[in-house]
Design a protein. Structure first.
Length: 488
């Protein structure tokens, strides 16, 4: 049996359903690169493993071992999985850690031979032996699996197995995820449900999504939190446009966004983000500059992601640059209102939820179509709504964007989220813009494929795709170039 809606793929296992009630803030999370499934997921799993123990149990731990399986083992070094595990065990969180301190923290752990569990309980630790990359072994439930085992002073041990199912979501083995008991005014499993609500209520996608979101928090809190998501995206792009250097990992990839930005501005990018955005708005009538800026926005975000910088998972880290690039396109180069960022993010998030429920957002499970393809579909729907499209046209925009990502493999060279991942974000953003404009410009009668149809197709394609093209670095571009990863 395969459970498509859970983001977990397995044989001979019981079904696991994603809750119907999925919040916008499960699609957009503030975290640290380079990968939501290989960095943030293991980070959160390691932290949760300890958080679920009593203080007495924590105080009695003498040793911890971490086993990584499948894709986490095969590309874990390139994705910083070992670093993430250590940060999680030491009590850090992706949302709050000062990213500039990561290298120092990891070096301190290595040189001292000790790790402070949750920053309070010291134990002996050697990452070279206590984190095992089981590259030839996979667990049947999901390609991203890890097992944590703790031994205590009384000679007993405790183990948990976690699956990182994409977008920073984790599931512990044995958990049963049932449909949420939270009652939403407009429950949505498929695009057809969303469109039916929009039609019956004569409301936009973003309006329906906001009504559902109010089941978790009040409107002021929703807007304030989304504003924080927006600002983090803009800050990441701005920072990436001002940072030079070479990305870590051994491929020797030079950052390009800062050079592109300086060339487009014919000078340095201002330190003040809002001043920079003001300059961008004055370049809106130059098509070639607009096109280059959109690519630059995406590159800047994913260069930051590749360098363990702060990004917004949207819906994954590997695809984090598409939505910020489309958002800045809307803000700077379109006839949009000052508050259009809000419906853009709300509409985009709901499309991501539909793909998560009906298919997957995990590249280890579905290839890059599940990351760049989904993020491009999300951005296309958000743009279509804000550019005057109807709810149907917004879902058609999402369908068009995904249609032209179907079958895209995940084949990162060296397991690093750099080649071809960074450039793919630029293409995903451009495709989103094109898809939105195509959808708005055509008649509903001209559509032949629904969004639900393309979601099903994406999932079927994922099931048929050879495993070596699913974030294993065992096929495609990943095997065409010999690399030296001694710096990992």
């Amino acid at each position: 049996m395969v459970f498509a809606t859970s983001g977990i793929m397995a044989e001979n296992t019981e079904s696991m359903n994603v809750p119907e009630a999925v919040s916008v803030f499960e699609m957009f999370k503030i975290g640290v690169g380079p990968s939501s499934s290989h960095t943030m997921g293991p980070w959160l799993a390691a932290r949760r493993f300890l958080d679920e123990m009593s203080p007495e149990s924590l105080a009695g731990i003498t040793r911890i071992e971490v086993d990584l399986f499948g894709s986490l083992a095969k590309t874990g070094i390139g994705h910083g999985t070992d670093i993430a595990v250590q940060l999680g065990l030491s009590g850090q969180t992706p949302e709050s850690i000062e990213t500039a301190t990561i290298d120092e923290r990891i070096e301190r752990i290595r040189s001292s031979g000790e790790i402070q569990l949750l920053d309070r309980y010291p134990i002996a630790w050697n990452p070279q032996t206590d984190i095992r990359f089981n590259r030839d072994e996979s667990l049947p439930e999901h390609p991203n699996a890890m097992k944590l085992t703790a031994w205590t002073t009384d000679g007993n041990s405790h183990s948990d197995v976690f699956f990182s199912v994409g977008g920073g979501f984790i599931v512990k083995s044995g958990e049963t995820i049932e449909n949420s008991t939270r009652s939403l005014p407009y429950p949505i499993e498929r695009a057809a449900d969303l469109l039916a609500h929009c039609h019956s209520q004569s409301r936009s996608i973003s309006s329906i999504v906001m009504s559902n979101e109010l089941c978790w928090r009040d409107e002021a809190s929703v807007i304030a939190t989304l504003a924080g998501i927006r600002d983090t995206m803009l800050d990441t792009v701005h920072r990436g446009c001002r940072t030079e250097g070479t990305l870590p990992g051994g491929l020797g990839v030079r950052r390009r966004a800062s050079r592109m930005a300086a060339k487009l501005l014919e000078g340095e990018v201002p330190a003040d983000r809002d001043q920079w955005i003001g300059i961008l708005k004055r370049q809106r009538d130059d098509f070639s500059r607009v096109l280059d800026w959109v690519s630059c926005f995406a590159l800047a975000t994913n260069e930051e992601n590749a360098a363990f910088g702060r990004v917004v998972t949207a819906p994954t880290n590997g695809a984090a640059g598409v939505i910020p690039a489309a958002l800045l396109y809307l803000m700077c180069f379109c006839d949009s209102g000052e508050e259009d960022w809000l419906p853009f993010l709300l509409a985009a998030a709901e499309i991501g939820c539909i793909f998560k429920k009906g298919a997957t957002i995990s590249a280890a499970q579905g290839g890059c179509q599940a990351e760049i393809g989904v993020s491009s579909a999300m951005a296309a729907a958000g743009l279509a709504e804000c550019l005057g499209g109807s709810p149907l046209q917004a879902t058609e925009a999402a369908e068009i964007a995904m249609e032209h990502h179907l079958g895209m493999t995940c084949d990162p060279i060296g397991g690093l989220v750099q080649i071809p991942c960074i450039e793919r974000n630029a293409f995903g953003a451009i495709k989103a813009i094109t898809a939105a404009r195509l959808a708005i410009g055509r008649q509903p009668s001209e559509s032949r494929v629904s969004l639900d149809g393309v979601v099903r197709t994406m999932w079927e394609t994922a099931l048929d795709m050879n495993a070596k093209y699913k974030e294993t670095s065992e096929g495609g571009l990943a095997v065409q170039i010999a690399v030296n990863l001694s710096e990992c």
